[in-house]
Design a binder for this molecule. Structure first.
Ligand SMILES: [Zn+2]
Length: 428
């Protein structure tokens, strides 16, 4: 579908050597807005360069269309109903309701820490709040409250001194660093220097809203929120996309600076970089804005792995999942997992399609399951209505064929049950 690069056989080199890991999770970044995934706009030269030197997984699907469940699946290699963080934080009667990771389920940060790694996370907080379980295993967990990184008046870089300082301090350790940002998340306001790069955007025609916390959506924010969630005419949608792409260029700038720093400090040659996101973003392809459904624009996420283990760049066309990141990292580090997880290491899939099945689920929204050729969705909010799509003939999921194919629909439903029940999960 994408790049004209050759399909090289990768060579694994010295699994037992100790490597560092930088896991980058760009919140709400859909894969198809990156050049390396076929987007025509120049939104991602630095991310494309990373993909051109590493593994680019063309078909990676996340396990939830919302932040907390999806990132927790990345961190634990379990589906949301198994790790228990089945929804984001929600306001409830002046306080908030929050799901917390089961104490018995280890995170990847805990595993690498037990293996002698220094660990740190630099996040925008909110739905990757440390107390939900995201903080477990991290020596240091930074949260930038209230989307402060989101709306930057001057257009500086999200590569803050804090991150560079930590990397310099730990350059002689083996380290695991997690970076997360809401920079391309709603309300799609790029920093000043990145506004208008792709034409008129919501950020060039509106005054940026003050930060909105996850706990309160004050009166003054209502006109803005109405604008954001109700107006879906073609011109406004174009404005949203233009702003989103500008914000993405800002994230790309960060990736460029980070890689440059790692190169200059010689850290690049012993660091595994994983670039991904928790879910995509919908611009009314299926009637919604933001991320509350199970269609491809929401579950198809980028997955790029640049690692000293792989001597040649490679595009991997097989279906893979966010839950596979955890076992893949551990295999590359030469660390045995020793307990059951839902994901599998992607290293063998570089040579052979493992025929994986990707499920996704979110409390109050429903669930989806997909294999290579078909996708099946159960919408909890639409009276448990079912949708079946033939991905070979209808990759954009426009023609629901569930009623005409009850046998296939039933088979997909069973496929989901098998997938969630595999393997027999027990606590370590
Ligand atoms: Zn998110």
């Amino acid at each position: 579908m994408l790049l004209g690069r050759g399909f090289y056989i990768s060579i694994l080199d010295g699994m037992s050597k100790k490597y560092n890991v930088i896991l980058i999770g760009i919140d709400a970044l859909r894969a198809d807005h990156l050049g390396c995934y076929g987007y025509p706009r120049p939104t991602s030269p630095n991310i494309d360069a990373l993909a051109n030197k590493g593994l680019c997984f063309e078909n990676c699907f996340s396990q939830a269309p919302n932040t907390a469940p999806s990132f927790m699946s990345i961190m634990t290699s379990r589906y949301p109903s198994y790790h228990g963080v089945i929804d984001n934080i929600h306001p409830k009667g002046g306080t908030s309701r929050m799901y917390v990771l089961d104490e018995g389920i280890p995170t990847i940060a805990q595993i690498v820490k037990r293996n002698g790694y220094s660990t740190a996370a630099f996040t925008d907080g909110a739905n990757v709040w440390d107390e939900m379980g995201f903080g477990r295993g991290f020596d240091y967990y930074s949260m930038n409250w209230e989307f402060r990184r989101l709306i930057r008046p001057a257009g500086g870089s999200i590569l803050t001194g804090e991150i560079l300082y930590w990397l310099k301090e730990h350059s002689r350790d083996n380290f695991f660093l997690f970076f997360h940002t809401y920079a391309v998340h709603t309300p799609w306001f790029a920093p000043q220097n990145f506004r208008g790069l792709y034409g008129e955007g919501v950020d060039t025609v509106m005054v940026p809203p003050p930060p909105i916390t996850i706990y309160s959506k004050p009166k003054w924010a209502e006109p803005y929120l109405h604008f954001l969630h109700q107006v879906q005419d073609a011109k406004t949608l174009e404005c949203y996309v233009n702003s989103y792409d500008g914000a993405l260029r800002y994230v790309d700038d960060f990736i460029g600076k980070l890689v440059e720093f790692l190169d200059e400090t010689k850290l690049l040659e012993r660091t595994i970089i994983i670039f991904t996101s928790d879910h995509g973003e919908e611009f009314s392809e299926h009637g919604g804005l933001g991320h509350h459904q199970f269609y491809s624009e929401l579950l198809h996420v980028p997955l790029i792995i640049k690692s000293p283990h792989f001597q040649e760049a490679q595009n991997v066309p097989h279906l893979v999942r966010s839950i596979d990141i955890f076992p893949t990292i551990l295999e590359l580090l030469g660390i045995k997992i020793g307990f059951p997880v839902h994901g599998v290491s992607l290293v063998p899939s570089l040579k052979k399609d493992a025929d994986l099945v990707a499920a996704a689920e979110a409390e109050f929204l429903g669930w989806a399951v997909q294999a290579k050729d078909a996708k099946y969705i159960c919408h909890q909010q639409k009276g448990s209505s079912r949708e079946l799509y033939d991905l070979n003939t209808d990759p954009k999921e426009t023609k629901n064929i569930a009623d005409a194919n009850p046998g296939k629909a039933a088979a997909m439903s069973e496929m989901r049950e098998r997938e969630l029940g595999r393997p027999a999960l027990s606590l370590p």
